[in-house]
Design a protein around this ligand. Structure first.
Ligand SMILES: Nc1ncnc2c1ncn2[C@@H]1O[C@H](COP(=O)(O)OP(=O)(O)OP(=O)(O)O)[C@@H](O)[C@H]1O
Length: 344
């Protein structure tokens, strides 16, 4: 439904985002994920019509809405926007805030749509209240209802949960996903929080921070694909789970911790790095590698655990159920099974 083809965008002479292409289908949620300053908001604003395209084109339902030479004004794009700071009108009631984009509809239809939306966001008793009487999460749900009211084809959400504390963010992310799915409205969410992206997205586009690049999107796919099959070291590092070890591939095999491993993909002989995550280790006294527990850091349901296999340090996250059996300074054993999909 929304199609970006080879989009470059930014500010006057500065191109921030390069060569972005993706398709968004009806009712799908796409998350633009990436570190601060990588251009997520810039891209979102270009889709909304607030920033120019330097190259490429954007189509909505097959119709060109934006290119280097053409730009339909934001208000005519059938694209709604929800901002980080809610941007509700303080002097209007919740009812009137939601009614804002519905002035062309007849009174009865407008009333029904607003009541339906108030029920959907679970604020049916709040119609006559004012924004300052609501919590941050409630205000954000009203902002979403206001954006959804005219039934836009796509909703753009720019860090919509960042003003809330962590617990409320997770809860509201789930609620917003439910509301968007009920309305079957496609959405693009900007976030730098991977958990939020994983919780909400059908597709995740991870953007690079590097400016010296051809393509801003490092990888596009489901959350599971990005996490389980990162296509580069940069993608794997973004998720921050695991360590990279140097290996030397020779005739489709490599040695690690004095064991030889065959690989099932065709790689030229040479130096590579392999990603090691906790899934590669199965703690068992009959294991094939021996290690020493160097450090443990408590994080609640998991610990950051630093193991030393010979001179090699491996820092991994382990759930309490495993970590509680590993004492600092203790020698232990594990079965080690590297994953040849994680060689870079
Ligand atoms: N109005 C502007 N004029 C010129 N450059 C800008 C402007 N706004 C942002 N930039 C630059 O564009 C780059 C991308 O900014 P953008 O706000 O899109 O990043 P972001 O990924 O959304 O970051 P954050 O997660 O911190 O919001 C940054 O280098 C920023 O300095």
């Amino acid at each position: 439904m929304l199609k970006l083809s080879n989009v470059d965008c930014g500010y006057e002479a500065l191109t921030v985002v390069k060569n972005v292409s993706f398709d968004l289908n009806e009712g799908q949620i796409l998350c633009l994920l990436g570190s601060s300053g990588c251009g997520k908001t810039t891209l979102l604003r270009a889709i909304a019509g607030f920033n120019p395209l330097h190259n490429g084109e954007i189509k909505l339902d097959g119709a060109l809405i934006c290119s280097k030479t053409k730009s339909i004004p934001p208000e005519n794009r059938q694209i709604g926007m929800v901002f980080q700071d809610y941007a509700l009108f303080p002097h209007l009631s919740i009812f009137d805030n939601i009614a804002f984009g519905l002035h062309k509809q007849d009174k009865q239809k407008r009333f029904e749509r607003i009541m339906d939306l108030l029920a959907l966001i679970d604020l049916h008793d709040y119609a006559q209240k004012f924004p300052h009487e609501l919590s941050g999460g409630q205000q954000q749900r009203v902002a979403l209802a206001r954006a959804l009211a005219p039934k836009p084809k796509v909703i753009l959400l720019d860090e919509p949960f960042s003003n809330l504390d962590l617990d409320r963010r997770r809860q509201l992310a789930g609620e917003v996903k439910y509301i968007l799915k009920q309305e079957n409205t496609a959405a693009i969410l900007v976030t730098h929080d991977q958990e939020e992206a994983f919780l909400m997205a059908d597709q995740v586009a991870l953007l690079t921070q590097s400016t010296d690049i051809k393509d801003s999107i490092l990888q596009l796919g489901s959350a599971q694909t990005l996490y389980s099959y990162p296509n580069s070291i940069e993608v794997a590092q973004f998720f921050g789970d695991g360590v990279f070890l140097d290996i030397e591939i020779n005739k489709q095999s490599f040695e690690l911790f004095h064991q030889n491993y065959q690989i099932n993909q065709s790689l030229k002989d040479g130096a590579y790095q392999i990603l090691i995550r906790s899934q590669n280790l199965n703690f068992n006294e009959n294991g094939n590698i021996e290690f020493n527990i160097q450090n443990k850091q408590f994080h609640g349901w998991y610990d950051d655990v630093t193991l030393c296999v010979g001179q090699t340090e491996i820092k991994i996250q382990l759930p309490q159920s495993i970590s509680q059996n590993l004492k600092i300074g203790q020698q232990s054993k594990a079965f080690f099974a590297p994953n040849d999909k994680w060689i870079y």
